[in-house]
Design a protein around this ligand. Structure first.
Ligand code: PGA
Length: 250
């Protein structure tokens, strides 16, 4: 099974257009991967969630119909005076399947390793899935501290029954820059993650994120140990996202 995740972030996406373009492309293909071969996830804001989940439920296109919807963040708190935050309880009630946690844009906004762990704990309590993001910044890469940095992120998160359901390796310097990480860089991160998973007996797909597009998806997905991708910019257009999906074979 492979995975392709769209992260729409705080961009406005015309849901009708996205759906139409996605389905048009899928319908024009003879062997678009089916839902046993490729799991498609869209991470969106809760306002769009309400409308998009209705579209998915009522669609007659089997591929579109099987798209899973996730949130982009969850609060580490249960309830109370936390203006603007959304609890895991609320996500479950709304029908969302899980959430991204630890995205670098949220880490930049104050999420520490410990807060990311607490968010993982809250999702666990509601039986929701997490997409746990890790990845080093440029300075860490250039100072050869990538391995210890990634290990620290993994160690802080994987405790007290919390572990990733999907792990996305997203080097910060590759996010939104149009410059994806090269195969060597991705492979070295995969090897650190796989060694850690083996030691802790964790079975979890590993995804890559950072400037994934229709022109580099085939190369990235062919890297041993990579089970899918998390896509930001190129997921905002339904056709582009469908083209990327069509190039992923299990
Ligand atoms: P990008 O974003 O594909 O636009 O680089 C990826 C992400 O932030 O998850």
């Amino acid at each position: 099974m492979k995975y392709l995740i769209a992260n729409w972030k705080m961009n406005s996406v015309d849901l009708d257009v996205w759906e139409r373009e996605f389905i048009n492309f899928v319908s024009s293909q003879n062997n678009f991967p089916n839902s046993d071969e490729l799991k498609l996830i869209v991470c969106l804001n809760l306002y769009d969630y309400y409308f998009f989940s209705e579209k998915i439920k009522s669609s007659k296109n089997a591929i579109f119909n099987n798209i899973s919807l996730f949130a982009q963040d969850v609060s580490q708190h249960d309830e109370g005076a936390f203006t603007g935050q959304i609890s895991s309880k609320f996500l479950r009630k709304a029908g969302v399947e899980g959430s991204i946690i630890g995205h670098s844009e949220l880490r930049d906004n104050g999420d520490t390793e410990n807060i990311v762990f607490e968010k993982g704990l809250k999702l666990n309590e509601q039986a929701l899935s997490n997409i746990f993001c890790i990845g080093e910044g440029l300075e860490i890469l250039e100072n050869n501290k990538k391995k210890s940095f990634l290990l620290n992120q993994l160690q802080t998160f994987c405790k007290n029954n919390v572990s990733p359901d999907l792990l996305a390796y997203e080097p910060i310097w590759a996010i939104g820059t149009g410059k994806e990480a090269d195969s060597e860089n991705i492979a070295s991160a995969v090897s650190v993650i796989l060694d850690f998973f083996e030691e802790k007996k964790i079975d979890c797909p590993i995804l890559y994120g950072g400037s994934v597009s229709k022109s580099n998806i085939e190369e990235i997905i062919s890297i041993p140990g990579i089970d899918g991708c998390l896509v930001g910019n190129s997921s905002l257009d339904g056709e582009q996202f469908a083209i990327i999906a069509s190039k992923i074979k299990s």
